[in-house]
Design a protein around this ligand. Sequence first.
Ligand code: ADP
Ligand code: ADP
Ligand code: ZN
Length: 214
Amino acid sequence: MKIIMLGAPGAGKGTQAKKIAEKYAIPHISTGDIFRANIKNGTELGQKAKGYMDQGLLVPDELVVDLVADRVKQDDCKNGYVLDGFPRTIPQAEALDHALAEMGEKMDYAINVEVPDENIVNRMSGRRACVDCGATYHIVYAPTKEDGVCDKCGGSLILRDDDKPETVKKRLGVYHDQTQPLIDYYTNAGILKEVDGTIEIEDVFGEIVKILGA
Ligand code: ADP
Ligand code: ADP
Ligand code: ZN
């Protein structure tokens, strides 16, 4: 089962992708997580990506396309995977289709998690991420047992720099210009599915399981 998660920043793609990966035992591939890990480790890719990310802009297609094309060819992707945060532009989607076609494969589902812009800034200012394991929480909607401490690993939680309101507004603009056209792209490909992302996390997941099958 090969799945793409679509939606605005903060729509809940990562939250749902992690649950899908666990239930269906397939890898969760988040390009944002890959870039953040590269920044943390001081790699050349991380250094190139950081400036764009800090400004709320997309990292150029050429820095992300090969990375994902290589990742989905790995052994653990044999039974499928869930892509979170990729593709984000039409050229990325075309490159993905091309890489899959070379292997005689195609994507099965593109799930669009719909949340109106007015909910997004609120979502993002409450998002907290674990510095050690990348788990995400929300101070109101998905709180940890102990304030500021990751339930999964005990690491400390931070507000991502790019989740501050000014950068979030910029990212929303970028989303509408560059990423939203993918909704038509995957509608035309016949694989788009929509879910309401404003309901509770478990209920969103229930809708997704209905689409994917139990
Ligand atoms: P969110 O989950 O809030 O949408 P991500 O973690 O997916 O954020 O992405 C954070 C940042 O990483 C983006 O704002 C962008 O700069 C960069 N990024 C992640 N994935 C991509 C991609 N596929 N193409 C270009 N830039 C990306
Ligand atoms: P994305 O990967 O699309 O950027 P996240 O999955 O990181 O989004 O979710 C953004 C924030 O909103 C997180 O703090 C998360 O805990 C919270 N969140 C996710 N889904 C919901 C939901 N259905 N209702 C309320 N808050 C949610
Ligand atoms: Zn953690």
